[in-house]
Design a protein around this ligand. Structure first.
Ligand code: CMP
Length: 164
């Protein structure tokens, strides 16, 4: 997606020209009609997404967790924690998304850690909120041979991928 549009997304605010060039390469734009599922709970994750325009609803086992709008992102949990999608996100209007494939998300974490920190901070708030609601959203972690440290993040899961 073009840098002039990325600059307007708060998550990507305040970067250098070089960093916007990198983001341009890592992102695509997709338009999605209302009611479409953007991610499905339990599915294997492939992308991280930011809403440029439109709205979406997050549900877990049919229970409403949150409403998302322009500037909000989703899809970070499964990628960062190596678990299946923790919730379903469905468009509640026509939506334009900034989409970043898994491997580009990893590159962004390495090259622009300030964005990764912003994503992490919001993710922790979301996890705390779900926990407050008594909702356990994390499943069993995937094994990711390329990144042994990531496998161990959820505390209830042993490094070999089986419940401890
Ligand atoms: P992921 O698990 O990859 O896919 C479903 C997404 O829903 C998840 O990442 C988060 O981006 C989002 N999500 C899960 N729980 C919440 C919550 N409590 N508030 C807002 N968004 C959430």
């Amino acid at each position: 997606m073009k840098a002039e549009r990325l600059r307007k997304v708060p998550l990507f605010g305040g970067l250098t020209d070089h960093q916007y060039e990198r983001l341009e390469r890592w992102t695509d734009e997709i338009d999605v009609p209302t009611n479409k599922h953007l991610v499905n709970q339990g599915a294997y994750p492939h992308e991280f997404m930011v809403i440029e325009s439109g709205t979406a609803e997050v549900t877990h086992d049919g229970t409403h967790l949150a409403d998302l709008g322009p500037g909000d992102f989703f899809g970070e949990m499964a990628l960062l924690l190596n678990v299946p999608r923790t919730a379903t996100v469905a468009a509640t209007s026509d939506v334009t998304l900034v989409v970043m494939h898994d491997r580009n998300f990893r590159a962004m974490e390495e090259e622009i850690p300030v964005i990764a920190e912003r994503v992490n901070a919001i993710m922790e708030e979301r996890r705390a909120k779900s926990a407050d609601q008594g909702i356990e959203t994390l499943g069993i972690a995937f094994r990711r041979a390329t990144d042994p440290q990531r496998r161990a993040i959820p505390s209830s899961v042993s490094p070999c991928g089986h419940p401890s």
